[in-house]
Design a binder for this molecule. Structure first.
Ligand code: HEC
Length: 142
């Protein structure tokens, strides 16, 4: 083939926040590593609404800047660092899912500097709610 015209390849820009659409896709992180980002499971949105979004919604004083009302929570939080001073954790850690703050905090009060258990000030989620979050977070990176 003869290349005519303007050099073909334009760099695909990687703008700050990729509002990646419907989960189930592969996101390439800045380190060139690839981690699987599963779609949000069906059990997640109702759980967030019942347990989390009274605080974690845009404009809420206690949101900690975390929006759990919008879709694609997984792709939005994967790889994002905690906003908590002194907490080195990621909200969702796609390479070591068990360390994800979304999971650690709903299991109860944290023993590190990453803040309280969620829902805020409780001993965390139980039963099918905890199972939903556990299965979802553990499906990252696979
Ligand atoms: C009563 C308000 C309230 C509710 C309800 C609540 N949170 Fe929080 N959440 C907070 C506050 C305040 C913080 C910051 C302080 C802390 O981490 O202890 C926080 C922090 C977090 C963080 C860490 C953010 C960061 O940048 O480190 C995660 C993750 C989180 N919440 C998830 C949840 C989930 C999941 C639920 C529902 C199961 C939930 N929260 C319910 C108030 C709430």
């Amino acid at each position: 083939m003869t290349a005519t015209g303007s050099g073909g390849n334009t760099a695909v820009s990687s703008g700050g926040n990729t509002g990646v659409s419907s989960g189930g896709m592969t996101a390439t992180g800045s380190g060139g590593m690839t981690a699987n980002i599963p779609a949000d499971p069906a059990c997640l949105a109702p759980l967030m609404k019942a347990q989390c979004t009274t605080c974690h919604a845009p404009g809420q004083a206690l949101s900690q800047g975390l929006d759990l009302t919008a879709a694609n929570i997984g792709s939005r939080l994967a790889g994002k660092p905690s906003t908590q001073a002194g907490c080195g954790g990621l909200l969702i850690d796609p390479t070591t899912p068990a360390n994800s703050l979304m999971l650690v905090k709903v299991k109860g009060p944290t023993s590190n500097s990453c803040g309280l258990g969620m829902p805020y000030g409780t001993n965390g989620l139980t039963g099918t709610d905890l199972q939903c979050v556990t299965d979802w977070i553990n499906s990252f990176g696979h």
